[in-house]
Design a protein around this ligand. Sequence first.
Ligand code: FES
Length: 104
Amino acid sequence: MARTPGELVGARPDPAFEITVDGRTVTALPGQSIAAALWGAGILAWRTTRGDGRPRGAFCGIGQCYDCLATVNGEPNRRACLLPARPGDAITTQEGHGHAGLGV
Ligand code: FES
């Protein structure tokens, strides 16, 4: 019988909570990064490139490539792979440099 990593270490995680991604409700687990929560929900891209608007999501997963930039709670250019998900976080797809809606 296969056991999960959580079962092997006897972990008792806190309950899951909800975040939103472009208005869609996604379930996240305590300790999960925003990128991990999005992957878990089957969302693989949450940003478009500046030049030609190509979709991007997490690539390195360790904070080095900046492919995972997202707008989190209205703040653009947050690295989703490093940012822990928190209950009620509102993630929106970031287009281009992420400042279009800020009048910059
Ligand atoms: S996935 Fe590379 S910085 Fe986040």
